[in-house]
Design a protein. Structure first.
Length: 360
């Protein structure tokens, strides 16, 4: 089978790199031994582009998370819950987002044409044709956005083309699912009035609305408001792993009916039936979720959404350079080359074109 290019639905690489190295773009451009993605490893793995997320952390939340899961991120079988972190201050989230956008600008400027921020389907096609790494600017959690949405157009002008209204915490727009296990996504109220206005305005501008992290009532609010295909950029099948971060069969069906898609998440804890982040977890768990979703939704509604640099990866898929291993695993599981190409790239191209043209 010929080498298959991969477009990824979600990573936290910008947030991780800036947190570790400050404004220096060289660890991304020249490569490093840390994390999951940099430009040399992206080329080695066949990554041609993806959604690069900006995420604003809640102060002290990582410590709370580890207090529940343990420093080795393993938990005993049974129920557990990480409490919601406090809500963020809008001005602080705004400043963080602006800092990371400036960092992204410096990566592009110093890449000598190797990296580009894409703002349209035409930009994306041009980047893929030229071999340029195509970056879609995504914001995970809309805490930086003013209640009246007055700065959303500013972000659009800076390149924002994908937005998750919430992370796994409440904000003025809605409620994210908590990190429970086992747990249902049906927790909490739906979108607020401001959240519904945010979804409508994103549709007018042509900003993709990502339902990953959104609770179930918020999910159904988006389904009723948006005319664009529904997209979960990095989520899995709840029936196979009962984390509230994963999607029920009914949600999967709604996404398929809208013409949308789900990017399968590589995080160990969202793959395994026991919810553990066990070090022995294999990429075969990813293949298991892909197979279930394809059987349930159709191959045209399934893609990849790694969560690189924001989660723990299977031991045999340690970083982006190992993507050919996953592609080979999909082939071994009986998927044809044409089906794999659709899930690896073509489905994203279709859905992004459908979403972005609404704002043109």
């Amino acid at each position: 089978m010929a080498r298959i290019p991969v477009f990824d639905g979600h990573n936290d690489t910008l947030t991780r790199l800036h947190g570790e190295y400050g404004p220096d773009p060289s660890p991304f451009l020249q490569g490093s031994s840390d994390g999951h993605i940099d430009l040399p490893r992206a080329r080695a793995g066949g990554l041609v582009g993806g959604f690069f997320a900006i995420f604003t952390r809640s102060p002290g939340y990582e410590r709370t998370f580890l207090d529940v899961l343990g420093n080795d991120r393993q938990v005993i079988a049974g129920a557990w819950r990480v409490p919601f972190p406090p809500e963020l201050v809008q001005s602080e989230a705004w400043e963080h987002v602006q800092t990371i956008i400036r960092y992204l600008d410096s990566i592009v400027e110093q890449s000598n044409g190797a990296v580009a921020v894409v703002r349209s389907a035409e930009d994306l096609r041009d980047s893929l044709a030229s071999g340029t790494l195509a970056i879609i600017l995504h914001i995970e959690g809309a805490e930086c956005i003013e209640p009246d949405l007055s700065n959303l157009d500013v972000l659009y002008d800076r390149g924002l083309r994908s937005l998750g209204p919430v992370w796994s915490r409440p904000n003025r727009f809605g409620t994210g699912v908590p990190f429970d296990f086992p747990g249902s996504p049906d927790k909490g109220d739906g979108l607020t009035k401001a959240g519904k206005e945010l979804v409508r305005r994103c549709g007018e501008l042509g900003i993709l609305v990502d339902v990953s992290h959104l609770n179930e009532r918020g999910f159904w609010d988006v389904a009723g408001l948006s005319l664009a295909p529904m997209v979960a950029t990095h989520s899995n099948a709840h029936v196979l792993c009962p984390s509230p971060r994963n999607l029920t069969d009914r949600q999967l069906g709604a996404i398929a009916s809208s013409g949308g898609l789900v990017g399968v998440n590589f995080h160990r804890g969202f793959l395994r039936g026991d919810g553990l982040e066990n070090a022995e977890t294999s990429y075969e768990e990813i293949v298991r979720h892909v197979r279930y979703m394809v059987d349930h939704m159709g191959v045209e509604h399934v893609a990849l959404g790694s969560d690189f640099d924001g989660a723990t990866m299977p031991n045999d898929l340690p970083d982006v350079a190992a993507l050919p291993t996953l592609v080979g695993g999909l082939s071994d599981a009986g998927f044809s080359e044409s089906e794999i190409r659709r899930m690896a790239l073509d489905n994203w191209m279709r859905v992004l074109g459908d979403s972005w043209k609404r704002g043109s």
